[in-house]
Design a protein. Structure first.
Length: 665
């Protein structure tokens, strides 16, 4: 037997590092943070026997060559912790190291020694360790440590005990560790740091072609004229469906019917025609210069423009003619169109990502993103990413983020949970969710507890939409204004990122194309729509108030500090969000029944909110401006759908004196 083959590389490394958190799949994928957020790292670090450990968190930005060292603190039961702030966009590396430290071990044991002779012998051991550190030290530190050695050997009794426990001198020794004592290290772990907008924002979806006058095809200038209204409602992101030329072959007509008439405008997701493809703009929308003006104008109103990227082609896209190998061909000699039986999409050809020319295809599709980044776009909503190979997304997102770490990707993947989570692990900044189909208190509590407290929160950022051009839920079809108000309030307060399919939601569009379906009647996906945005019953003022509440309350800017509270009515739900310091506390109560008045007793977890149950406290209702005085954990709430199906409270200052009550009243 060759004994050397079975021996460790360095048998003197006795420390163990395991259980490092956060880590996704053992470090296979990066966790996510936004700029300025902290990563709280914990690890199990221990060794055999009773020796003392030094545990260190090592961090570095991808552009740095050297590691920065941060001391970890013991948390108990061999668990250690340390936090670091993500101060630069891009990829950060972190790992945990641990080593046995003879000096710390000596110091800890010396503190327990009582016998005078025992202390004298131990002092000589300590002097050797300190002397060795003095030899490694430089300048004044070397002198200080040498003098400490002399003092240790010169004193006895209680004086020796105090001298050995000199904390300031011990700190000097720790600056010069023995290089012959090796450390154990965790795997190199990653955190992707993205802009704040990846963590928090409100999205507004608008079809530019419907932004014009009634009956006329809109353009980018029409959208620019709407920017003050959209910004005035408090949104952060203006999301545009595909803006490219639309195919004429197999064009869909109104309500997704076949046999289009000459005036039919087709689906924006049927990309490509004689005028160009994914890097071109529909001529009736404007030019590239017009688009850049829109992006610049949006920035002037505090809005980012998000662009839809749909990796698919209309039959007359130039790619079909110039690169036939990028598509799957049927035995009858035609390209295979998209279908999800029984649904058929004759106007859309999917790419064959595994064709013999897959590398050229991948590079071209990556160049589409690069092109629109060059036009000023930093946010992309990716259409149906779950129907494209995982390796493609891992490659293209990493390649883009290496050059443009400020770019944000939203995955439109309404599919199975494991697929949605895999896409998030591969680099998507945000993901659509199942929120649209979670309606009961139990469903909402269970789902958002999973999103905010489950392990997926390290990489999966939810973006909640009550409606989209593809999704008109049964609740919105039959619930009236109360359903629209309740659903948008839930989305905006349960999730730090949310969005609406704009005009249709503002004006409470609720007619389905067919009973039992979720497609809109006269869907904007297939025809121009004229929206009367000045209607008296528009929800725009309510949405604007909601977004103002979001902006003014940092508790609503994150997902992790969500806490559900008891309420004795299954038709109502209560939850809170807080900042880490609990200086900002938001409590939301929603009537989930859009047809009936509901009332119930809320039981707040006052310990979680750090509220003294023996004192009254203010609850400022932010939608109406009303003030309420609550006492103890149990308080009564009544919500009328015809007036407002939701209360959003901000916990006010605690009332402790008679003067406080006078001020409140």
């Amino acid at each position: 037997m060759n004994a050397a083959e079975r021996m460790p590389a360095d048998g003197r490394v006795r420390a163990i590092v395991e259980g490092v958190a956060p880590a996704v799949d053992g470090g296979r994928f990066a966790i996510k943070r936004s700029l300025g957020e902290e990563v709280e790292v914990e690890a199990d670090c221990f060794t055999d026997g009773h020796d003392q450990l030094v545990c260190t968190l090592y961090i570095r930005h991808e552009d740095d060559s050297d590691w920065r060292e941060l001391p970890m603190r013991p948390l108990g039961n061999d668990r250690w912790g340390c936090a670091f702030k993500c101060g630069t966009l891009g990829t950060w590396h972190y790992k945990v190291g641990a080593r046995v430290d003879p000096f710390l071990t000596w110091r800890a044991e010396f503190a327990r020694r009582l016998d005078a002779e025992d202390m004298r012998v131990a002092a000589r051991t300590g002097a050797e360790l300190i002397g060795a550190a003095a030899g490694r030290a430089t300048g004044e530190h070397s002198v200080q440590l040498g003098e400490w050695v002399i003092r240790l050997l010169a004193v006895e009794g209680e004086t020796l005990h105090r001298e050995a426990q000199d904390a300031a001198m011990a700190a000097v020794v720790m600056r010069y560790p023995d290089p012959d004592i090796g450390s154990a290290y965790s795997p190199d772990l990653l955190v992707t740091v993205e802009p704040e907008r990846a963590r928090y924002g409100g999205w507004y979806e608008l079809f530019p072609r419907s932004a014009g006058m009634a009956g006329e095809h809109g353009n980018f200038d029409d959208v620019i004229r709407q920017l003050p209204r959209i910004a005035g409602m408090g949104f952060d992101v203006l999301y545009l469906p595909p803006i490219h030329p639309i195919g004429r072959k197999q064009r869909k007509s109104k309500n997704n019917t076949l046999a289009a008439e000459p005036e039919d405008v087709g689906s924006p997701w049927a990309i490509g025609a004689a005028e160009g493809g994914h890097k071109d703009i529909h001529p009736q929308l404007g030019s590239h210069a017009d688009f850049r003006r829109l992006v610049e104008a949006a920035h002037g109103h505090g809005l980012e423009v998000a662009l839809d990227i749909a990796y698919q082609c209309a039959p007359d896209h130039p790619y079909v003619r110039d690169f036939p190998a990028w598509f799957k061909w049927r035995p009858d000699g035609r390209v295979q169109y998209a279908e999800n039986p029984p649904k058929k999409y004759q106007d859309i050809y999917p790419f064959d990502f595994t064709s013999r020319d897959w590398q050229d295809l991948w590079f071209e599709l990556g160049s589409v993103l690069e092109f629109w980044i060059g036009e000023g776009v930093r946010i992309f909503r990716i259409d149906n990413p779950h129907t494209k190979p995982f390796p493609f997304w891992e490659w293209v997102i990493a390649a883009i983020k290496r050059q443009h770490p400020d770019v944000i990707f939203l995955a439109e993947a309404f599919t199975r949970p494991k697929i949605m989570h895999r896409l998030a692990k591969l680099g998507f900044s945000q993901s659509y969710t199942y929120f649209a189909w979670r309606n009961t208190k139990h469903e909402l509590t269970e789902y958002f507890t999973e999103l905010s407290q489950g392990p997926g929160r390290e990489y999966f950022r939810p973006n909640c939409w009550p409606n989209t051009p593809d999704i008109l839920t049964e609740t919105l079809q039959y619930g009236g204004a109360a359903a629209f108000m309740g659903r948008v309030a839930l989305a905006a307060t349960l999730s730090a990122n949310y969005g609406i399919y704009g005009p249709a939601f503002e004006l409470m569009e609720s007619a389905p194309r067919e009973h039992g379906g979720e497609e809109y009647l006269d869907s904007e996906k297939y025809q121009l729509r004229a929206w009367n945005l000045d209607r008296a019953d528009s929800l725009a003022p309510f949405i604007a108030r909601l977004n103002r509440i979001r902006r003014e309350n940092p508790a609503l800017h994150g997902d992790w500090r969500l806490h559900f509270h008891a309420i004795d009515n299954e038709a109502m739900i209560c939850y809170s969000k807080t900042t880490p310091d609990l200086e900002n506390v938001i409590v939301t109560v929603v009537n989930l029944d859009p047809h009936n008045v509901q009332a119930g007793w809320v039981t707040l977890d006052l310990d979680a909110l750090r509220v003294d149950a023996s004192n009254a406290y203010q609850m400022h209702e932010l939608l109406s401006g009303a003030h309420y005085l609550w006492n103890g954990p149990r308080n009564f709430v009544r919500l009328e759908p015809s007036r407002a199906p939701v209360h959003i409270f901000r916990l006010g200052r605690r009332l402790r004196t008679e003067r406080d009550f006078d001020y409140f009243l």
